[in-house]
Design a binder for this molecule. Structure first.
Ligand SMILES: [Zn+2]
Length: 325
């Protein structure tokens, strides 16, 4: 009995390598067949399929250097491949909004600087000249010329109603835009009674007025136009119950920009060039990033008068000029 067991075991031991060889050979033949059948497979030329095919083609190249790769490994890699593909930005990806080479600054950064009191300085002195309530056919062209003469650009917060009331101002907006200035959204109607009943922001109406204004801006500047930079008429800091509108703006990707310097050209009685310049100096806080509130609407002629003085003063103080995008 013991002898039989030994013989059986020995015979089994002799057969074992043969069995392993047969299994391995069968597996190898199966894998080769599967690979050949996959390579010959014709797939429809949908975008999704062609992306997958490209990935598999690259896998095949690496397969040539790794003959031991199992089919299971390929399947895992194919599952991960689309994620890798998504991570690579397409060649046509839009450029980042911040383009410091052209002194364009991301509005979100300046928003945080002004609102969240993030005064962490990068050491760069930048002044943002901002003009609200335009365009006008009288003051805006003068301001554009002064900016052009100085080789600088500014940010204009447009009220769409002006464009409808004064069709000639549409060309001024196009000039403003093509000159390289930034265009911001200042609501369509600019009506504080509707926007802020009892000084509380009507979030729904506010958003509707912003959207309406955006449509008017698109009708002049083209469907591709979009701005995420907005300014509350009267300033965000002036009004109450802003939580709801802040949430909506954040959800839609808008950033509001108030100011930390002003000429007071829209407060009280009209001011002379000297009065405006003095007011600019009085409110100047010396921050690295200065956002100056001015207006280019009808009647603000002395703003255009005072602008060269303000620009010269900022230049003397070592400021560059930036736009908000
Ligand atoms: Zn305004």
């Amino acid at each position: 009995m013991n002898l039989f067991k030994k013989l059986y075991k020995k015979k089994n031991m002799r057969l074992l390598p043969l069995i392993i060889i047969i299994i391995l050979s069968t597996s190898l033949i199966y894998l080769c067949y599967k690979r050949t059948s996959y390579k010959n497979k014709v797939e429809p030329l949908s975008l999704e399929t062609s992306e997958k095919t490209n990935i598999k083609a690259s896998d095949r190249v690496s397969d040539q250097h790794d003959d031991n790769k199992s089919h299971a490994k390929e399947d895992v890699k194919d599952e991960k491949a689309p994620v890798t593909n998504v991570a690579v930005p397409p060649a046509s990806a839009p450029p980042a909004h911040t383009d410091t080479s052209n002194n364009k600054f991301d509005a979100s950064m300046i928003h945080d600087y002004l609102v969240k009191n993030k005064k962490k300085s990068d050491g760069k002195k930048v002044a943002f000249l901002t003009f609200d309530d335009g365009p006008s056919t009288t003051v805006t062209p003068r301001i554009l010329k002064i900016l052009n003469d100085n080789g600088i650009k500014a940010t204009f917060f447009i009220v769409g109603k002006q464009l409808d009331l004064y069709p000639d101002s549409r060309k001024i907006l196009i000039d403003t835009y093509t000159q390289g200035n930034s265009i911001g959204n200042h609501t369509y109607d600019h009506d504080p009674i509707k926007l802020y009943p009892k000084t509380n922001v009507d979030a729904k109406y506010f958003m509707e007025d912003i959207k309406k204004n955006e449509e008017v801006l698109k009708s002049v500047l083209g469907d591709h136009f979009h701005t995420k930079v907005i300014r509350f008429p009267g300033g965000h800091k002036t009004w109450h119950k802003t939580a709801e509108v802040d949430k909506m703006l954040s959800k839609e990707g808008y950033f509001f920009i108030d100011w930390n310097d002003m000429t007071s050209d829209a407060e009280g009685s009209p001011k002379s060039r000297t009065e405006l310049f003095n007011r600019y100096k009085q409110t100047f806080g010396g921050q690295d990033k200065v956002v100056i509130l001015m207006h280019d609407s009808f009647g603000k002629d002395t703003t255009a008068d005072a602008l060269p003085d303000i620009i010269d003063d900022l230049k003397n103080k070592g400021y560059e000029f930036g736009t908000l995008v």
